[in-house]
Design a protein around this ligand. Structure first.
Ligand code: SF4
Length: 396
């Protein structure tokens, strides 16, 4: 097939990245490639809306390889939407522990309850109803409705935006609201017809959306587009102009923020420690998971931690320095500074200050939903405790 004429203009197209006369061939080419080359992923073997929804939420800001084991374990633990809705939040958070961005798990749980209460336990088919659920934005709604129900909604995520920008050689800030709306219109204009017609190949919108995302995830990658292997290279303006690597323009990376977390690892003679959870933790490092009493500051601050322990728990015991550990959450570089605080009896804090407290054995705190940072603090503490103390903490 001869290559279509490519405009050398860099003027951003509105909603016509591929000329209408070329659209059927473009669609056939991309869908054919997807049918052959798509990765065999667990969530691609189902059209069940619940399972598709779980996969889409887990894949937000998380690599496919990291999601795979969590997806399998989560669905083994909560095989149906009803089972998720009936579960306790702590159980859901524990199944999510290690995947990060815990607001996703809390929203999943809330949304599952709403779906049971308002939609008879079926993920809603109408996009307005899906968008009204906690934690569901346009991308997730379009992905679930198109894949599970064949509804004609185009997805727009980072991969799709990059593919569209390169196909159309669109430069500038793609996140500007006006440009984003144009890209959304362009993505919708590319959706193939659902029924067989002379105008183009039949396909499900779900297949189409996954094909666009797969192209962005595997060939049209941010730093190494494989144009020689690309099934739609002949329609790509950025490739023709030799500017694929410069489109879209890289976004400036946020500067890393460095902070220290001073944490009190309380230990009673029976090897038990104190974990707390506060509503106000939602926006912080602990995402409302169980954690050691701690304070954030620019550098380790044992004096400030002492004052906090005294005011919140009435503890005046000495702080023993434990080995430092490091933790990274997106752009935050966190120095974990644990301090051992030996107490004869664990305190009962003011209930109005804490959402709750737990007193598990230090060696067994993973029975509760805790973050990776809390796990590292516990590991650093256990490694530093004398053998005798470790035996005590694990034998009670
Ligand atoms: S030709 Fe290259 S830049 Fe264009 S869509 Fe394909 S991989 Fe991306």
């Amino acid at each position: 097939m001869p290559a279509p004429a490519i405009s050398r203009s860099l003027a951003p197209p509105k909603d016509e990245i591929i000329l209408p006369a070329e659209l059927p061939a473009f669609q056939t080419q991309l869908l054919g490639w997807f049918a052959e080359a798509k990765r065999d992923l667990d969530w691609r073997r189902t059209r069940d809306a619940y399972r598709v929804w779980i996969s889409e939420i887990m894949l937000q800001q998380t690599r496919v390889a990291a999601v795979l084991p969590y997806y399998q374990r989560f669905l083994a633990r909560f095989p149906t939407l009803d089972a998720l809705a009936r579960a306790r939040l702590d159980t859901v958070l524990r199944s999510w522990a290690g995947l990060g961005y815990y607001s996703r798990a809390r929203n999943l749980h809330r949304a599952a309850k709403e779906i049971v209460d308002r939609h008879g336990g079926e993920f809603p088919r109408r996009i307005e109803e899906a968008l009204a659920l906690p934690g569901i934005g346009h991308y997730t709604a379009a992905a679930v409705l198109s894949i599970a129900y064949g509804e004609p909604h185009a997805v727009l995520d980072g991969n799709v935006v990059r593919v569209l920008a390169r196909l159309g050689a669109i430069r500038g800030d793609l996140r500007r609201p006006k440009r984003w709306r144009e890209l959304a219109a362009a993505a919708n204009a590319l959706l193939p017809p659902q029924a067989a017609s002379a105008a183009g190949p039949p396909s499900s919108p779900g297949d189409w959306n996954q094909a666009m995302m797969e192209l962005g995830a595997t060939l049209c990658t941010p730093r190494g587009p494989q144009c020689a292997a690309c099934p739609v290279a002949r329609w790509c303006r950025a490739h023709a102009l030799g500017i694929a690597l410069r489109v879209p323009a890289p976004r400036p990376k946020p500067k890393p923020v460095r902070l220290a977390l001073s944490a009190a690892v309380l230990l009673d003679p029976r090897g038990r420690t104190l974990l707390v959870r506060q509503e106000s933790d939602h926006s912080t490092l602990f995402s409302s998971l169980w954690h050691f009493p701690a304070i954030q500051s620019a550098r380790p601050a044992p004096e400030k931690l002492s004052r906090y322990l005294q005011s919140a728990f009435g503890i005046t015991a000495a702080l023993e320095v434990l080995p430092l550990a490091r933790h990274t959450v997106t752009f935050r570089r966190i120095l974990l500074a644990p301090f051992l605080v030996r107490v004869t009896k664990l305190p009962v804090p003011n209930p109005s200050a804490m959402e709750g407290v737990r007193t598990p054995r230090l060696a067994e705190i993973e029975c509760l939903p805790i973050s990776s940072a809390t796990k590292k603090i516990a590991a650093a503490s256990l490694a530093a405790l004398p053998r005798r103390r470790q035996r005590a903490s694990s034998s009670f």
